[in-house]
Design a protein around this ligand. Structure first.
Ligand code: DC
Length: 227
């Protein structure tokens, strides 16, 4: 039986960098499910279809083949055979992913792919509905969060390093808008599962946050950690 750790939380809470590190330390596969929603958004945006146009997005689904491949331990996202891992990391695709993720047919379309990876591997899977919908029987569920201002500060730094010119206020507005979208959509909204452990990283640096998650994993699962 595989061990499944579900990590949910709002955008910019550090889910992916923290989960990636913890997975490497535990010898688990790290699965970033947001990348699948981003791949769908990337496909429709490249065809000039507005990501909010539900019927047009649904019509495209049969033409979309998203895949997650794990190369040297790290996840790559393929869209119809092409590696789009880098191309999906723009503010436009972030917002588009949030929009397409509100469409129930898109969520259904990506559901089994996520489930099958968790069935076959020890995973740390991050997203918005992993503990509530995708892996309701996960061995451990963590809700990882931080204040909106702190999340915007981190995201702004990351974007600036990549050469993006967005201002802090624009990034904060985006963070708040995405939180609102993700928490208020009808299907599988972002929320803490009843049995999830809350981890707030507002005042923690990266190493402290990694230690916190390792500690929770050790306590709940007895997973060996060799830090
Ligand atoms: O984690 P991320 O920022 O890459 O996710 C992009 C969008 O995808 C996010 O705004 C909401 C959506 N998403 C989701 O609805 N369910 C998931 N399990 C993962 C992401």
């Amino acid at each position: 039986m595989s061990i499944n750790i579900a990590i949910d939380g709002p955008s910019g809470a550090g889910k992916s960098s923290i989960s990636k590190k913890v997975a490497a330390l535990l010898g688990f596969i790290y699965v970033d499910t947001g990348a699948l929603y981003r791949a769908v958004a990337y496909h429709v945006i490249s065809k000039e279809i507005p990501p909010k146009n539900e019927s047009a997005v649904i019509q495209e689904l049969p033409k979309i083949k998203p895949e997650l491949r794990f190369i040297d331990g790290s996840q790559h996202v393929f869209l119809n055979g092409a590696d789009v891992s880098e191309k999906i990391r723009t503010p436009e695709i972030s917002m588009g992913a949030s929009d397409v993720s509100a469409i129930p047919a898109v969520r259904d379309f990506l559901f089994e792919l996520q489930r099958s990876i968790a069935r076959e591997n020890n995973v740390i899977m991050d997203g918005r509905d992993i503990g509530t919908v995708v892996l309701p029987n996960a061995d451990l569920k963590i809700y990882l969060t931080a204040s909106a201002e702190e999340r915007a500060r981190r995201r702004h730094l990351e974007l600036t390093e990549k050469g993006d010119k967005s201002s802090f206020d624009e990034v904060l507005a985006d963070v708040n808008k995405r939180d609102y979208n993700d928490m208020n959509r009808k299907t599988a909204p972002l929320k803490q599962a009843d049995d999830a452990v809350l981890a707030d990283t507002t005042k923690l640096d990266f190493d402290e946050a990694v230690d916190l998650i390792l500690k929770i994993s050790g306590e709940v699962l007895g997973v060996r950690n060799e830090v």
